[in-house]
Design a protein around this ligand. Structure first.
Ligand SMILES: [Zn+2]
Length: 373
């Protein structure tokens, strides 16, 4: 990861580079920001810059031995700690999942905790940094520096540490080994021990600017600026969300038909059509059903805005626009919230492995009652 590959966040990159030039590198940084703002990417770029043998004005050199190893995440002085999931009876540490983490992060360092957990376990579990990890951290820090100038410990989501682990980490931060830099990348710093926070230099990472996400999406996927801008605006500065929405929009035509059929069947109160619809969509994967429910919430919100003449806030393709312009009068202050709640409830039930046919049928039947006749 180079600084140039970090999306936006120029002020933060400049600040970090300046600390190196002015010899003011802190022994512990706490990067705080929402999902998709790029905290992990920044930490990785900085770890590489700290150890680069010929660091440039704005970035690592890209060619030295240290850069080569950092680029593959195999630098012996750059360590990674991240939440993991229990599989058997033994308690795992980050290193048990290192090859997965490398693959995942090298492909794209913008990912959510949920995406990571589903990569290494199943969707149900939420990972943790177990207290056993502290031993591993201490062991790594007690080794002499192999070849780097700094030993860097990048801890992604330190808020996932339990109390015992956090207290051990605190001890290390209180007496940091020489030439060691901790980079804590947190999405929820409120959940950290206050004593840990006070030992770090805090850097707040703001959401990425819409224009910059737009530019990145256009560059990466060669989509139109209008499409990219819509995705960027909906993402609210969260690049993970922008990518997710981009994936979903790839299959939007299918969703559009599913949504139109659902609305027609429920509006016209045809119970057999509703049943047939539920039967037809039930075999889809849970992820696809969840994406469809999110899409439907978006369509209802767009219809509502459309109805109240806020068209400039609505981003739709031609076919969607044609449908929404006719459908929108039926989405009002009276029913929008109830409908959205019903879709969110269906989402939660699908997520909890509810029977898809029953969940989708129940949701559709409830919709019937929300349309005024
Ligand atoms: Zn280099």
């Amino acid at each position: 990861m180079l600084f140039k590959d970090v999306i936006g966040q120029q002020a933060i990159k400049d600040h970090l580079i300046r600390t190196v030039k002015e010899n003011k590198v802190s022994h512990a940084y706490l990067l705080t920001g929402n999902e998709g703002a790029g905290g992990l990417a920044i930490a990785m770029a900085f770890a590489r810059y700290l150890n680069c043998l010929n660091p440039g004005e704005h970035d690592s050199c890209c060619t030295c031995n240290s850069c080569n190893k950092a680029a593959k995440m195999i630098h012996p002085d750059i360590h990674f700690v991240y939440p993991v999931v229990k599989k058997g009876s033994s308690t795992p540490v980050s290193d048990d999942f290192l090859s997965d983490y490398r693959k995942f992060t090298l492909t794209n360092p913008y990912f959510s905790a949920l995406q990571w957990f589903s990569q290494i376990g199943d969707d149900k579990k939420s990972g943790a940094i177990y207290s056993e990890e502290s031993q591993s951290i201490i062991r790594k820090l007690s080794l002499k520096n192999f070849e780097g100038k700094y030993k860097v410990m990048i801890i992604w989501l330190p808020e996932k540490m339990n109390d015992a682990g956090a207290n051990k980490l605190l001890k290390i931060l209180e007496e940091p080994p020489l030439n060691t830099v901790f980079m804590l990348v947190s999405e929820n710093p409120g959940a950290l021990l206050g004593t840990i926070v006070s030992r770090t230099q805090q850097i707040a990472i703001p959401p990425i600017e819409t224009a910059i996400i737009t530019e990145e999406l256009v560059r990466r996927f060669s989509i139109t600026t209008d499409n990219a801008n819509a995705l960027a605006r909906l993402s609210l500065g969260n690049y993970v969300k922008a990518l997710e929405n981009f994936d979903t929009s790839g299959d939007k035509s299918g969703f559009m038909d599913m949504f139109m059929q659902l609305m027609r069947a429920t509006y016209s109160r045809k119970i057999f059509d509703i049943f047939a619809w539920a039967e037809a969509v039930a075999p889809l994967s849970r992820d696809r059903l969840k994406n469809f429910l999110v899409y439907s919430i978006g369509m209802l919100r767009d219809s509502f805005l459309y109805n109240y003449h806020q068209q400039e806030l609505v981003f739709l393709n031609e076919k969607e626009d044609a449908f929404v312009s006719k459908f929108s009068p039926f989405i009002t202050y009276d029913n929008i919230m109830k409908m959205v709640e019903e879709l969110e409830l269906a989402y939660a039930h699908i997520d909890q492995n509810g029977n898809a046919k029953i969940v989708m049928f129940d949701m559709a039947v409830k919709m019937v009652g929300f349309f005024k006749k």
